[in-house]
Design a protein around this ligand. Structure first.
Ligand code: GRF
Length: 202
């Protein structure tokens, strides 16, 4: 299975996928990363892809007259690599109709909170501010909402009294990276069906 991974930042989830595939071999794992895309230049996520010798592409919103044109360009850039599965690993943009028309049902996102709690760009900060005692991460299929698609898997992380946002996010990311590697591998190896809000992995 061919994976295209989308990033916007440090790319540690991407790195976890690359490390797992290097360690177990693409055959055994069931997938290989064929390209990495981003919405901005100069991020560690792209550097990680380049160090791994992978093709990269950048689609910046401000380079396009409308959001729709950006969305179509992103879809084109992803499609050029003929992915079986697209993985958003810290990609901080909401894709639109064109992208979902082409990749809906095979576009997975990881979110650092237990959806439906704390969706959006500040899930860790929001859980902390709310006083949640546990939070965690969610791997889900992307639909036309924000972090609202069918949930594939979740991992729970306790919130500690002394936590600040970055400490809690780091602890969440330890769980999140393992969850993403495990889920992507299972989806790629076993195949899956999405039935309403249920995801059935064969
Ligand atoms: C992850 O926790 C992801 O869920 C969130 O941003 C973080 C990205 O981390 N949206 P990285 O870029 O994979 O290190």
């Amino acid at each position: 299975r061919r994976l295209v991974v989308l990033v916007s930042g440090s790319g540690t989830n991407l790195q976890a996928l690359l490390d797992e595939i290097a360690a177990t071999g693409a055959e055994t794992y069931g997938a290989e990363v064929v390209a990495v895309g981003a919405d901005r230049e100069g991020i560690e996520g792209l550097a990680r892809a380049e160090r791994a010798g992978l093709p990269t592409f950048v689609c910046k919103v401000k380079d396009y007259a409308t959001r729709e044109e950006w969305d179509a360009a992103l879809a084109e850039a992803v499609a050029a690599h003929e992915p079986d599965l697209v993985v958003s690993a810290g990609f901080m943009r909401i894709v639109g109709k064109e992208f979902l028309a082409r990749f809906g049902g095979r576009f997975v996102n990881t979110h650092p909170a237990l959806l439906p709690s704390f969706p959006g760009a500040h899930g860790v900060r929001d859980a902390l501010a709310y006083g949640a005692k546990v939070t965690g991460c969610t791997v889900h299929f992307v639909d036309d909402g924000v972090d609202t698609g069918p949930i594939i898997a979740q991992g729970v992380v306790e919130v500690r009294d002394e936590d600040d946002e970055s400490a809690l996010h780091e602890r969440i990311k330890e769980v999140e990276r393992r969850l993403l590697v495990e889920v992507v591998g299972r989806l790629a190896r076993n195949g899956y069906r999405i039935e309403g809000r249920k995801v059935v992995i064969q």
